[in-house]
Each structure stands twice: as C-alpha cells, then as structure tokens.
Design a protein. Sequence first.
Length: 202
Amino acid sequence: MLFRSSKPTLAWQSTGLASRDWSSLSFAADGSALVAAASGLGKSGLWVLEGGVAAPSVVSVTASSTRFSGIEPPAAAVDGSASSKYLNYDKTGSGLVLNLDAPAVATQIALTTANDAPERDPVEISIYGSNGDSAWGSAAWKPVALNLPTGLGTARGAAQMVSFANTTAYQSYKVVFSKLRDATKAASAQIRSEEHTSELQS
C-alpha cells in the first residue's frame, strides 16, 4: 500500500521564446524538477517537469485495533514484501494509520490483494487525514475521500491505483476498509504491501 500525489506536469516557462521556436536543449535535475533549457533566436525559455518532490517516509504504522495476527501486523502493509500482509479480524471498519516524517498531499493510493481468501479484500475504502492526534478514534481526523471503490480484482497479487481529490498536506493518513468483498464469508480483512515500496509518494 502506498500513497502518491498527482502526476508531474510539464510546463513551459518562457522568457520571450515560443515553446516551438528553439534550436537547442540542455537538461538538468535538482531532485525536485527536471529542467530542459531551450535557446534560439537570441532568446531562451524553460521546460520544467514539475511534481518530482522526494517522497516523505512512513515513520510508523498502527492498526485500527489490537485484533491482528502477530505474524501479519500493520507494518506488513508497507514493508515492500510480496510475501507478507496485514490482517485484521475486525473485518469491515478496520484499517490502519500511516504516520509520515513530513506532511504530504496524497491523491492516489496503491492497493494489492493478499495471498489468499478474496472475500477479505477491501472493495471500498475511506481515507482521512490529520495534522494532530493520530489515534484511531481521534476527533482530529478530517475526511478526505469516503467509500472509494478500490477496483481490486479477485486474482491474488492484483494491484490497483485508486485516485481521489485532495489539496491538503497531512502528517497522518487513516485508511478504513469500509466494505469487504464478502464480509459474511470473510474471517478478517487483509491487504498486501505494494512490492518493493515502503514509502508514501508525493
């Protein structure tokens, strides 16, 4: 599971040169943007690929309750391993809290189905953000996106990127499994980490 911000955008920043009237380009990257400097006809401008800011790290992950398997803890949802998963016996309404090292604006979340029992898959999630108390039942949580369809298929290891609107940077995000594929049949809710990823992306 990981969050991402909106996709990078390519913007022309002209200093008098039209975007198609250049004769040469040079490229540079400063860690936050890819810049292509254009020159021609004695004038210059810039193509700037914006939005490549380094991702804040998840510094801690907590479960919605203590009713999770000891070998399938909340940290397994972001550990980057395809062989682990987070499982909670509270089923619908369970979830986890991800605390970041810096506030970030998230507009996408990547979800991956775990190794077994498709009935446990979250087919709808709700997302909340907080810049204060990050305890599960805290009044500081602000709704970001409610009852989002995840689009997860029944195949094991199926991944899906779910987009949602958000313009506020939050230090913590709460993800609630608001609907399971078959809550009557399921003994728990579960989700797997996005492989090789352990950070929220922005």
